[in-house]
Each structure stands twice: as C-alpha cells, then as structure tokens.
Design a protein around this ligand. Structure first.
Ligand SMILES: C[S@@+](CC[C@H](N)C(=O)[O-])C[C@H]1O[C@@H](n2cnc3c(N)ncnc32)[C@H](O)[C@@H]1O
Length: 285
C-alpha cells in the first residue's frame, strides 16, 4: 500500500459512493471523521494530510461496507433524531426520520391543550429516540421506556446519560405492558408493524441491518396495536393520550381496532410524503 493523502481518498470515495448515497461527498467526510477523528473543518483546512496505512485500511473497510449498502448510521453507530445525537447498537432499531412525525403530533396535541404531559411511557423504546425527544421538549416530564432487548435498553440508558436526561428517564427490559407499574398521562409507541410475510420483501438495507424483532408485527402487522389498545387503559390516567406511529396503509385498520376496543382517534399527522404516519387516541367515555 502506498501513502495516500486525504484529498485523494475523499475524491475516490466520493466517486464510488455516488452509486449508493444521495450525498456522497458528505458521507465520505463523515467516514473520515469517524475513522480519523478529523471534523469537516479540519479536513477542509488540510486536504494534503497523509493517511497512515492503518487509517487507509480502516477507511477502505468502512467504505466497502457502505458500498455493500449498509446504512451510514450503522457503520458510524450513531443517528441524529430530533436534533439529538443517539448511539445505536446492532440490536437497536435505527430510528427513522418518519418517526419524528409522531413527536410532532404529540407536541401539536399538547400545544393546543396547554398542559404538557408529566409522565410518559414509551413502549418498544429502542434507542429511546421518542422518549428522549419528548423529555428534551418537556423539561418537567419523567418517562419510562420498555423494550424486550436488554442490549437495546443498555443503549437507551447510555443515550439518556449522554444527553443529560438520565435523572428523568428510566429504561427497563419487559414484554410490552406486562408488569408495567404506575400511571402515565401519555403513552407513545412506534411498535413493530411489518406483517410477517412482508419481512423478506423489505429493502436489503433494512432486512439485513435491523433486528426482525423490531419490525415483525405478526400476520397482519397489527399485533402490538391490539396489545396496546387492550392493555393500556390500566396504566393511562383518565383523559390521557395514546400516540402511535403507523405503517403505510394501516390507518383504517388501526382506527377500526381502536374503535372496537373503546378508543377514538383524536389526532392524525402525515409524514413528509403525505402518508398518514401518526395517530393520537383517547378512551371513549
Ligand atoms: C419499530 S422499533 C421502534 C424503536 C424506537 N421506538 C424507534 O422509534 O426508533 C420496535 C421496538 O419494539 C421492541 N419490541 C418488540 N417486541 C417487544 C415486546 N414484546 N416487548 C417490548 N418491546 C418489544 C423492539 O425491540 C424494538 O426496539
């Protein structure tokens, strides 16, 4: 291997990344920042920096993973969500921009209502993305996040610590609402909602890099909505709100299940593509 300078590696990586990335130059710079610890400003200021053979080998390895369609967030082990910098490990769902729609809907709901929620429960919390976004928006709120994966719960706890939210956020391993104690003003959830039969049809960069347990919503994709709608009333304060993310084309099926189990839809929000993506519900009197 011959010595390569930063500018040359960036140029070649950018050309290669154009086949998989919308912003290949930015991704090449982020790989350099990750491997070498040089931020974009340092890279721009000193494009002639030589790369050590070790750095070169690591960069080429990271580049190859990306060219094999692994999401950049998986390679970096980090994802920005709602302006929060979150760590994600192998078992933790990579939070999606669409899920910010759920956070938007909650904020809109309580902006109209004036009274912010003070106790929040997040079912299937993953990296803690939704709960931590809401705790940063509501500085007096406390929250509990539940997930079936112990590794994921550790990741969420680490994220809470890194963001200085750990005094107000608790994360526990659990099976959905089983064993959840206490009462909450707001329950949020982005549950697994892909019908089992559709899992093999997902894009490779989802299928191979997200844990099936984070995606599989049973035969019709609705198992976790039914569980939530059946069990949540026991821990939701009277007048409390249930806010869920939904998959494409699930709006009517989730609404029907909700009506059948004693809830009414109180709010809805579409994602940037115009697809209904989040619903709020309240108990029918
Ligand atoms: C779609 S992911 C959502 C993760 C995170 N809330 C987000 O929006 O990025 C669903 C989460 O539910 C968790 N999960 C699946 N089955 C569960 C169960 N029975 N009890 C608790 N959590 C479960 C998965 O581990 C996964 O983290």
């Amino acid at each position: 291997m011959t010595t390569v300078v930063l500018a040359l590696w960036l140029r070649e990586a950018t050309t290669a990344l154009a086949s998989v990335a919308d912003q290949p130059r930015m991704e090449a710079r982020r790989l350099v920042a990750f491997v070498c610890g040089w931020d974009a400003g340092q890279q721009i200021a000193d494009p002639g920096r030589p790369l050590s053979l070790h750095q070169q080998a690591q960069l080429d390895h990271a580049l190859q993973r990306r060219l094999d369609d692994e999401p950049l967030s998986r390679i970096l082990g980090r994802r920005e969500f709602w302006g929060l910098d979150l760590s994600i490990d192998g078992a933790t769902l990579d939070p999606r921009a669409d899920t910010e729609t759920l956070v938007d809907l909650v904020l809109e709901t309580y902006a109209a209502d004036a009274a912010a929620p003070s106790r929040i429960l997040d079912l299937g919390t993953g990296s803690g993305a939704i709960l931590l976004a809401l705790l940063s928006a509501y500085p007096r709120a406390t929250g509990l996040g539940i997930d079936q994966s112990a590794a994921t719960v550790e990741t969420a706890r680490g994220n809470a610590r890194d963001l200085g939210l750990n005094a107000r956020a608790r994360f526990e391993v659990g099976d959905w609402l089983n064993g959840v104690q206490g009462r909450f003003d707001l329950i949020v959830s982005n549950p697994p909602y892909i019908p089992t039969g559709d899992l093999p049809l997902l894009a490779r960069n989802v299928r191979e890099f997200d844990d099936p347990a984070a995606l599989d919503g049973g035969a019709d994709g609705l198992i976790f909505y039914r569980r939530t709608l059946t069990e949540a009333a026991a821990v939701l304060e009277p007048g409390g709100v249930l806010a869920v993310e939904i998959g494409i084309d699930q709006r009517d099926a989730v609404a029907e299940a909700a009506f059948g189990l004693g809830w009414s839809i109180s709010g809805q929000r579409a994602d940037l593509a115009g697809i209904p993506r989040a619903l709020t519900m309240v108990r029918l009197a």
